[in-house]
Design a protein. Sequence first.
Lengths: 297, 554
Amino acid sequence: MSTNTRPVWMEKPTPVGNALKAAVLVAVVAVVVIPFLIVIATSLAGQEELTREGGFVLWPAEPTLDAYRAVLSGGIVSRAVAVSVGITVAGTAISLSATVLTAYGLSRSGSTFHKPLLLIVLITFLFSPGIIPSYLVVKQLGMLDSYASLVLPTAISAFNVVIVRGFFQNIPRELLDSARIDGAGEWRILGRIVLPLSKAVIAVVGLFYAVSYWNSFFSALLYLSDSQKWPLQLVLRTYVLQGSPLAGMEGAATEVLPPQQAVQMAVVVIALVPILCIYPFLQRHFTKGVLTGAIKG
Amino acid sequence: MSSARVPGTSSSRRAFLRGSSASIAVLAVGAPLLSACSSGSAGQAATGAKAVELPTFTPLSVAKPDLAGAAAGVEPGYLSFPAKASKTVTKAPGSGARVRALVSTFTPPPPPLAKNDYWQQMNKALGVDMKMEITPAADYPSKFSSVMAGSDIPDLVQAPLFMPLPRLTELLESRFADLSDHLAGDKVADYPNLANLPTYAWRNARIAGRLYGVPVTRPLFAGPLFYRLDLFDKQNLSARPANSDDFTALCKELTAAKSRRWALGSGESSRFNIDYFAQIFGAPRRWAKADDGTLTRDVESEEYISALEYARSLNKAGYFHPDTASMSAVQAKDHFAAGRIAMFADGTAAWRAFYDVYGARTPGLKVGAFLPFAASGGKVQHYLDRGAYSITAIKKSDDKRIRELLGVLNFLAAPFGSREYLLRVYGTEGVGFTRDKEGLPVLTERGKSEQGTPFSYVMSAPSVLFHARYPQWVRDQHEWETKTAPAGVADPTLGLYSETQGRNTDLDKLLSDAAVAVVSGRSPVSSFTATVKRWRQSGGDKIRKELQKELDRA
């Protein structure tokens, strides 16, 4: 190949080309950022403005914290945040340990009951039991109306087991064999060699679990009867799904209610903030972790 | 519809898609599981037995209304809050035992019992230890199905009438107490507040000929077409069109797209107000019973097709707000309050809600409601609703327990103006509410959040018209109800249950989607008649046969 002709993408970019690229990127960024902006802005807007603008604003002319006050008063949301954080932290820890142990065991082809166990794990890929059988199993195990029902039934996800297992299988056999020759037991191999190498995939799977626990409301809906134990998403759902604020309610004297749209947007902001805070810290692990299994060998 | 997350899956996309379809599928699959838990008795209840008598209506006059109500569904109106609150229940109905109630709620959850003065006072007054199992209303169907599948049924269960339930009759017979011996006819006299519940509400509680619950009453009339009275006055328009041509002319006057004003508009779920147009064109309320007893569905009538064509023409002329096919009900209401939509159809409870939510912020807001008129200028009609939100069923128990629970429901149903009503709706004076300078109870911040305890969904009083700040609305709505009552048209199949209808929730969606497609101009009217034929073949005729059988039996 002649050294004079270079591939197009290695040429020096023209000003026009640069401008075009900038325009496209700005458009894409706008499409992503503007909805966020609207959500935050609407949560800070007052009712007159919302009625004037027709439901959504790009930036409130008269910002007010009424919607947040309405949502956060009463202590219900604060308690729900505590419950959600607790479940996410405990759930992620339990899920990660269970998933790593399962994946490690299943990544070594000689282990006991290897084939049947792998089959059982993979069968859960095909279909899930459904609402009523899950409910009956949880009921019979005595977990109804307890925090355990929010964590244990969904502790291990076959999808994540397969991801981690794939990664473990890519760790060179020789490394583990040499450790065994040096007298290391299985636990030590796992703790000292395998896990430090797997930081990326554990971060990714950990984030998958954390987001899943943070967002889950359906298990809480089904298994909890005490509304004190409700996690954040379920409480916020009641705000968002409120039709008319007075649906079916009586009551004589009333007061000025915070605008529906603003309350709903405030709720969305409260539900998003914790995850948005954690994400940047884990981001550096992702570029490596996301490619797990994509390139073999 | 919520995206249900089925337990046992992670948040991966594949699992999510599986989950949402699986959960819907399992609700249908789960139904046969219900039979595994039932006593196995055959589904034909009271074969050959005549339907039991409804409880005798015995009105209570605790507080005399300024505007009298009527049995035809007109709510009594109060222009001032009753000064004296008299007792209707002399002794606490409970024996201190624990009572579990499964209810849905539209509000955020209440503070815990230990911090909830309202809950504690209600427990004391009722003489029970009430444990509330609360579920957001949108998710109630899943929760209800799961709880019924288990064997641990709560004492009081809200059986929502708007939920299609497969094998409802068998479920009620196997799990819940038949209350006919306690409530039918004059036997309800033991519970005077329950006898005060209107007969049209009790009709919902009679399923397969027996009484299986106590109704939570709601206003009887289907929602009218509201309009901005202040805007009409400004343009000197009359809200008494003689026929559909007058109405079209009215729409033309009200629409000025350049100034962002449209005559009509609705949220996506109201589907271009098709039900309202069906009403003014004389289509039956869901089903029509001919003189020989045969049933025809509204979509099968000529009048419904005419209504669709009319709505389509209005849409084509641009009289609907452009976002009608997609916006939410809340957004549509905002447009109505801002004057961008001049006429808005909503439930009867919305009239008061407009003033509550928008009154203070929109000066000069005046909302009126159209009186019934007919497209042809002839006989008018106004649709009637079920008159109840749900029925509260009582678990199968011994006689003593049932009487205790009925006593609890009796307390909760105490009418407007009674001491028990004040406690249930406001809480205790000084804690849940304070009195303003006119003596009206005003909820405190604490009272407002504690009102999230859903006693009112277990049982509530018959609705009345009262608003401290807008007595003119009381007069307006009372007058509207009085004038509309003679034109009331009910669904003749109310209270009758069809197995196929309970199983196939998507049949109605088939019809409503087709109707929206016609009105929005996407499909021709002929496609709708084709859809009706499909509906008939996919289950419509079967539903008709089942309802016919029930009708002949009743």
